[in-house]
Design a protein. Sequence first.
Length: 199
Amino acid sequence: MKNIITLPEIFKTSSNKTTFETEFNRPFVPADMQFLPLWFEKHSIFCKPAEIPEKYLFPYEPMISLSVKKNVVKRYLYKPNKMQGSIKEVINTNDWDISIIGSIIGYENGEPYGGFPIKDMEILREFLTSYPRVKVYNDFLLSMNITELVIESIEFPFVKGENVLAYRIQAISNMDVDILSRTKIQPPTTPKNQTNLLK
């Protein structure tokens, strides 16, 4: 599968592999060797002038689940003998609920034992506690027009293995305020004699 998103140079195979593996205590898994790479990026509104936003590439493709609901208002008419059910009015669509689940295996001296991936845990914690909003890059999320998240919670559940870090991230999609301010929202076109009330 060809990636839709342009990969940053630091996430490609040509990156400084030795420096990375020394700092993170695990093998470097480049984005161009992953099927659906996912990475977070510090939002530009939290960066100082000329600061390069911090990026974090997840080492292995996590499992991403999405769900969304519409806001529907139901109205009931008192017609017990003539009508069953309700009249529905679709107000809008909620934010996407996003669940990101995965695990990271720490290495020591090139072997998959010991070496708890503490650096990864610290970065994930930093994205949760320091940045209310983060940019997100993933082809699957992009196909749903999701490019920004608000992280609601991060869990590090217990798993067997002293070198394994499991994580579960709950987030919701977010639309940049700048997009709203520049975009003139047009009212939906409604065919004659038709409304958004659905029986």
